[in-house]
Ligand binder design. Structure first.
Ligand code: NAD
Ligand code: UGA
Length: 369
């Protein structure tokens, strides 16, 4: 009963017509930022996360602690635990699900393929099954990925470009998620919005991502591997700052139409959408490194490999006009500004003395503590 009270308290909105959102992957990078932003607006937020050890779980615990300070409660559990999910819906009639839990990371898929199938396919289906049975059915916004464009080099990517050449199992499971969403929308009238994020970075980020461990290795004087093509401009990422992505997620939630079914029965056609959430400004990895060198005031020991890595896509670049049209999505943080905020957070979180070079301060409400 104490548990139920906590679930209800956390997920009850504090403003009139506020949303009540189940955020999966709430102890993760994007999930923790979105949970805080929604809570600060007065929406009700309940988190779900299995705190897996894919990367340092103490970072997930630290995010959880920050969320708890803002009265966001995270239930510890797995997407594949159907009775647990059903119980959450029994306690709280969620209006929305922001589904961010997944096995992320492109290269790890070669070491542990089954974890991608389990979380990104089976776990997603399990969540959809529970959502379908709920009465009323929640509208779902979920994380797809820029990796669905795969080997496509026709940039910038628009949502209707081809996505049939995934370069990794991770990408294949994200693409599968989009197909699965189509069937649940079609058969059960669940409102579904997929967001293709483009290499998201920022404070409280993921230690398995290049910008994060490059910072760590440069500070420790360790060499870093830079994978690039013969022409270094042919490998680039549309690095997107976390606050911009959070705004996109909230815009998608706010404009999601209601599901048209309930209790597993469809009443009419429901919304099905997919959007790019990128930065519209691709940057080669070498440039990412030179920005970090300048911010940290340390020369990196660079080991340049003139070959793409297995599983990597060569180039990403988002066209975001659809997200702009439908919910005003407009990325506003350039890579230098965003990396400065990341490096500052990194130094303070790990208690490291650095003199981050001065630059224009942009107020961010998400990188406190
Ligand atoms: P993250 O790993 O920090 O967050 C995911 C969270 O989900 C983790 O805390 C993990 O413990 C949890 N989780 C994983 N499997 C679970 C399961 N079966 N049950 C319950 N919890 C589970 O990753 P992130 O960077 O915050 O990514 C969020 C979403 O966005 C993911 O779906 C990811 O694939 C997608 N995405 C991220 C990026 C990026 O650059 N960060 C880019 C494109 C897409
Ligand atoms: C990131 C996330 O890790 C995925 O979860 C997400 O789905 C994906 O973005 C996406 O946008 O869809 P990726 O862009 O590969 O994937 O991010 P990183 O692993 O941080 O790599 C960024 C760039 O640095 C890549 O070009 C990669 O080749 C390069 N890199 C990475 C190196 O040059 N050296 C390294 O040691 C590691």
């Amino acid at each position: 009963a104490a548990w139920e009270k906590q679930v209800r308290h956390s997920s009850t909105p504090r403003r009139p017509n506020g949303l009540s959102v189940l955020v999966t992957g709430a102890a993760g990078f994007v999930g923790s930022h979105c949970s805080l932003a929604l809570k600060k607006r007065g929406d009700g937020v309940l988190g779900l996360d299995n705190f897996n050890t894919y990367y340092d779980p103490s970072l997930k615990r630290a995010r959880q602690k920050l969320l708890l300070k803002h009265q966001v409660f995270i239930v510890e559990g797995d997407l594949n635990d159907a009775p647990l999910l059903a119980k959450l819906f029994d306690v709280m009639p969620f209006t929305h699900i922001l589904h961010l839990a997944a096995q992320a990371g492109v290269r790890y898929a070669m070491q542990n393929p089954q974890s991608y199938v389990s979380s990104n396919i089976a776990g997603f289906v399990n969540l959809l099954e529970v959502a379908k049975a709920a009465n009323p059915q929640p509208a779902i916004v979920w994380a797809s990925s820029s990796s669905v464009y795969g080997l496509n080099t026709e940039v910038p990517f628009s949502e209707n470009h081809r996505t049939d050449q995934p370069a990794s199992l991770y990408a294949a499971t994200k693409k599968a998620g989009e197909e699965i969403a189509h069937t649940y929308n079609h058969i059960y009238g669940i409102s579904l919005t997929g967001l293709r994020f483009f290499t998201v970075y920022g404070p409280w980020g993921r230690p398995d991502m290049a910008y994060f461990f490059f910072t760590k290795d440069i500070l420790q004087g360790k060499p870093i591997d830079i994978y690039q093509a013969q022409d270094e401009k042919q490998v680039a990422r549309d690095f997107t700052y976390i606050d911009d992505v959070v705004k996109g997620c909230i815009g998608a939630l706010d404009t999601a139409e209601k599901s048209t079914g309930s209790g597993g029965k469809k009443k009419g056609p429901a919304q099905l959408r997919v959007y790019n959430l990128g930065n519209t400004s691709p940057v080669p990895v070498g440039k990412l490194v030179s920005i970090l060198e300048s911010l940290l005031n340390i020369k990196a020991k660079k080991h340049v490999i003139k070959m793409p890595r297995n599983g990597d896509v060569p180039y990403t670049h988002a066209n975001v006009s659809l997200a702009y049209r439908d919910f005003g999505y407009k990325p506003t943080t350039d890579l230098s500004t965003g990396l400065r905020k990341f490096v500052k957070w990194y130094a303070s979180y790990y208690g490291i003395q650095t003199k981050v070079k001065k630059g224009k301060e942009v107020n961010s409400e998400h990188n406190e503590d």
